[in-house]
Design a binder for this molecule. Structure first.
Ligand SMILES: Cc1cc2nc3c(=O)[nH]c(=O)nc-3n(C[C@H](O)[C@H](O)[C@H](O)COP(=O)(O)OP(=O)(O)OC[C@H]3O[C@@H](n4cnc5c(N)ncnc54)[C@H](O)[C@@H]3O)c2cc1C
Length: 467
């Protein structure tokens, strides 16, 4: 069987790349190892605790970054809509109320209106006012899309602009945990991407959760007649004389001159011996534990009305694998019921993310696995109650994913979520015809990986087709 292009993986980047290629009449196939699409941001089923039958849960959606209002132009999300020919209304976006960064004895609020963060910084760090606005100007004028940029430490850049260490820690905290493959720091280009996505633009959540996004992408692929194969695990990428020519799926050879791989750079090397001889991108260490709780009632606005809390109980924000199984000194706590327009009567849901340590979970004896998850759940539950004083809801359901769960269902080595620390910003590899898209191209998160799939399909799959 031969195609114009093969896309490996039906996560956000793979689906978006497939749409772009099919839109320009390329014969494209998306090969996905799992039985459903979505990759790191998929969904799963559990027995319904209320009415029998089954119920679907998002794996981890907290927030869609890069919020825009209807009709706004020139922003990442508007590019996504234009390039995939999707309508704003289809996403049914519910904006956040506001979110906050909570450190000992101080908090900074931010919302989809950047003015809120500015006024919070001016009020709480008056001496840093000019420094903060210098940082904002630097972020505005920086071209983070320059594919030729090398790594530059964000902490080093921040130290040249801001004098108060606490302000640096508070500003960098959400940006690290929502998008850094590097421990305790991030590439400044990535910092700028995240600063714009979180602070300039903000958060929303599609009504219906991540399935709303996945359904839109799958429907588009169907309309365009693109082929998506599930339970189609790519065993190896076939190369000849330094060129990728196809893939092996269960003994079947599928041929194409262009292969876009979204499974990760180190993971792609493992499937491509000729590539592994030439490069060895490192596997990132950042992985997480995700807990989901469903209560019999919602948390009242008086108990907590924020959408996401970036919590840290130290003056310094330590972003690195937990020393123990999980690190309860910091967390991201998401209250999906506090997205505007999402408010209704009935059950309440809360999600808590902790940094984890892959190796410890790997080494854990099987019969202690559930007990350890129970400890994580208890800790996360205590934190939810601490952040929502007075809330006494009855817990109806809880579920906890470990780094092993992430590894088992996405095949990312070490359950890493933000991929390798060795990104390939233009997607190219030493093997011609083989390109990396998604997380290890350097654009991550849902919007980032969709844009990565679009840009690299344009760059390497369409070669000059107009958008
Ligand atoms: C718990 C959790 C919560 C998150 N929350 C958010 C959030 O709130 N907001 C946000 O913006 N981002 C969030 N993210 C990050 C976001 O999900 C990812 O950055 C993004 O989905 C990555 O997409 P991708 O296409 O690059 O890669 P992936 O989603 O990893 O897609 C790769 C695909 O390749 C498939 N695959 C692997 N090996 C093979 C093979 N050999 N053959 C065929 N297929 C293969 C995998 O099954 C997978 O479907 C979260 C991630 C996690 C884990």
């Amino acid at each position: 069987m031969s195609y114009d292009a093969i896309v490996i993986g039906a996560g956000m980047s793979g689906l978006a790349a497939g749409i772009r290629l099919a839109m320009f009449d390329k014969k494209v196939v998306i090969l996905e190892k799992h039985s459903i699409p979505g990759g790191l941001n998929s969904y799963y089923q559990r027995r319904n605790f209320q009415k029998g039958g089954v119920r679907q849960f998002d794996v981890g959606l907290h927030a869609l970054t890069n919020f825009i209002k209807k009709g706004e132009k020139g922003k990442p999300f508007s590019k996504l809509l234009k390039q995939l020919r999707l309508s704003y209304d289809d996403f049914k976006l519910c904006p956040q109320t506001y979110s906050k960064i909570v450190f000992p004895n101080i908090e900074l609020k931010f919302s989809n209106d950047f003015e809120l963060l500015c006024s919070e910084v001016v009020e709480k760090f008056p001496k840093e006012k000019d420094h903060f606005f210098n940082l904002v100007e630097k972020v505005k004028s920086f071209n983070e899309l320059d594919l030729g940029l090398g790594y530059q430490s964000s902490r080093e850049v921040l130290k040249t602009l801001i004098s108060d260490d606490l302000l640096i820690e508070m500003l960098i905290c959400p940006l690290l945990i929502y998008g850094s493959a590097w421990e305790d720091d991030m590439d400044f280009a990535q910092f700028v991407i995240m600063f714009k996505s979180l602070y300039f633009e903000g958060f929303s959540r599609p009504q219906g959760g991540v399935r709303t996004i996945i359904s839109l992408l799958m429907k588009k692929l169907e309309e365009l007649g693109a082929e998506v194969r599930f339970k189609a695990s790519v065993n190896s990428i076939i190369t000849r004389d330094g060129r990728a020519v196809g893939v092996d799926v269960g003994g079947e050879e599928i041929l194409a001159p262009v292969i876009l791989s979204s499974i990760g750079y180190p993971e792609t090397c493992r499937l491509t011996p000729e590539l592994a001889d030439k490069v060895s991108p490192r596997v990132g260490a950042m992985t997480f534990l995700e807990s989901i709780f469903v209560f019999d009632k919602k948390i009242l606005p008086a108990q907590n009305d924020s959408t996401i809390i970036f919590y840290n109980n130290n003056k310094k924000y330590n972003y690195r694998p937990a020393i123990n199984y999980f690190d309860e000194s910091s967390a991201v706590v998401c209250f999906p019921d506090n997205y505007e327009m999402n408010q209704s009567q009935g059950e309440g849901t809360v999600r808590v993310t902790y940094m984890a340590n892959y190796q410890q979970w790997r080494d854990l004896e099987r019969n202690h696995y559930e007990d350890k998850k129970e400890l994580v759940g208890q800790s996360a539950l205590n934190l939810v109650k601490k952040l929502s004083p007075g809330f006494e809801g009855e817990l109806l359901f809880k579920d906890i994913f470990s780094p092993l769960t992430i590894e088992r269902y996405t095949w990312h080595l070490n359950g890493t979520v933000y991929g390798s620390i060795d990104k390939t910003r233009d997607g190219s590899t030493p093997i011609s015809g083989l390109y990396i898209i998604g997380t290890d191209q350097g654009f991550l998160g849902i919007v980032g990986s969709i844009l990565s799939g679009i840009s690299l399909a344009n760059l390497h799959g369409l070669m000059g087709a107009e958008g």
